[in-house]
Design a protein around this ligand. Structure first.
Ligand code: ZN
Ligand code: ZN
Length: 418
């Protein structure tokens, strides 16, 4: 077997691994919410400096970008996300988070790296360090980018609006990875749609309140909301072809406070997942049509108000980039490489390569204890027994998760830089 550039770069992994595992546990124990990733961002910036990278920090709030120029060659951008979630950790790990934070309204929230972004940060720093140590193995410019606020779709947009494109080298290709509830060691990519678009809607239905004993004198927004909830279920089941995936979930209905008062308004929070712009437009139009029609059917005094928030673009991998990655990953990971299924999760990463017109690919790595996964798979209970991202019990095993993420970043970057 011939020695590849990846072999040379990854030869340093044994040396840095203990330090990286300590870093991972430290990050896990010190999670920070979206746009408040100050400690995390300064740790990242400090390490990039130490490894010899030029560092631009404070982009879009707490965003940090490293730049390592190493002669003529392509520019490769790789992105990690910095933020954690308002979830109370229940993993029982010795390095579990006990952090709570106070929001602007004075309310306390527990904080946890429940989406595994601490894995992404650690892998990116390990990769950045190894690449800086092995500059003879590659040519070009390496741009590790650490983005704030992925969870609320604010961070990539904030970096782009803060003139990201004017402040860092233009990438020829861009990558990101996410730890997912597959067995640790798993690596998966796919051409085309990878993650769905997500749209959240706050729908306010207007009625006319009154006494619960005299509904004839009112327009009842509770009944209107109930009809809307049922009617919205028909968008996916009756209006989309069977092979077109989409999700419409009504996650919240709020109205009234008493059994004998008919309220004036009802508020529904609706979440929509789609994989292409035509379907997205159709579903958004259909929600509007349904709620307007239900309001009219009820004799509502005015049309519902619809506000859109937490808007994520679809993540659609470039076919050529994903194909090149699939070949490189297959050569490196063998049977642990898979063509991953597309997922109804959502991501704002694509806004970054889109700001440069650069093609990109996004891949997944496993983080679940392989024994736990195999047992659940054997019993047919994966959905029930394998904690997923955002669960209070989401607990990626440290290894081989970190090694896999570092190796995947290295193989991907060197596919362009070696
Ligand atoms: Zn998440
Ligand atoms: Zn995430």
């Amino acid at each position: 077997m011939s020695t590849t550039a990846a072999d040379t770069v990854l030869a340093g992994l044994d040396d840095v691994r203990p330090h990286l595992e300590d870093l991972y546990k430290d990050l896990h124990a010190h999670p920070e919410l979206s746009l408040a990733e100050h400690r995390t961002a300064s740790q990242v910036a400090e390490r990039l400096h130490e490894y010899g990278y030029g560092v631009i920090d404070g982009i879009g709030g707490t965003g940090v970008v490293g730049v390592l120029s190493n002669g003529e060659g392509p520019t490769v951008l790789l992105r990690a996300d910095l933020d954690a979630l308002p979830v109370k950790e229940d993993t029982g790990l010795p390095y579990a988070s006990t952090v709570t934070t106070t929001d602007g309204d004075g309310r306390q929230h527990p904080v946890m790296h429940a989406c595994g972004h601490d894995v992404h940060i650690t892998c990116m720093l390990g990769f950045a360090q190894l690449m800086a140590r092995a500059k003879d193995s590659w040519r070009g410019t390496l741009v590790p980018l650490f983005q704030p606020a992925e969870e609320n779709a604010a961070g990539a947009d904030a970096m782009v609006r803060d003139d990201l494109a004017g402040r860092i080298p233009r990438p020829d290709v861009a990558f990101a990875q996410h730890v997912l509830p597959y067995p640790a060691g798993y690596v998966g990519v796919r051409p085309g749609p990878m993650f769905s678009a997500a749209d959240s809607l706050r729908v306010t239905l207007y009625g006319r309140g009154g006494h619960g004993s005299m509904p004839q004198a009112t327009v009842d927004p509770v009944v209107m909301a109930a009809m809307c909830v049922v009617r919205l279920q028909t968008i996916v089941s009756r209006e989309l072809p069977a092979a077109t995936p989409a999700v419409v979930t009504v996650g919240s209905v709020q109205a009234g406070a008493s059994s004998n008062v008919i309220p004036d308004t009802a508020v529904m929070l609706v979440n929509i997942r789609t994989y292409d712009e035509d379907t997205r437009r159709h579903v958004l139009d259909a929600v509007r049509r349904c709620v307007n029609a239900e309001a009219a059917a009820s004799g509502a005094p005015r049309e519902p108000n619809i506000e859109r928030f937490n808007v994520f673009p679809p993540t659609v991998n470039d076919d050529d980039v994903a194909g090149r990655l699939a070949n490189a990953f297959k050569a490196r990971f063998g049977d642990d490489f898979h063509t991953i299924d597309m997922s109804p999760a959502s991501e704002d990463f694509s806004l970054i390569p889109d700001a440069f017109g650069a093609p990109f690919a996004y891949w997944g790595i496993g983080g679940t204890d392989p024994d736990l996964y195999a047992k659940a798979a054997g019993q047919g209970t994966v959905q029930r027994d394998v904690p997923v991202n955002h669960s209070p019990r989401f607990a990626p095993v440290v290894q081989p998760t970190l090694d896999t993420g570092i190796t995947a970043l290295t193989v991907a970057a060197l596919e362009w830089l070696a």
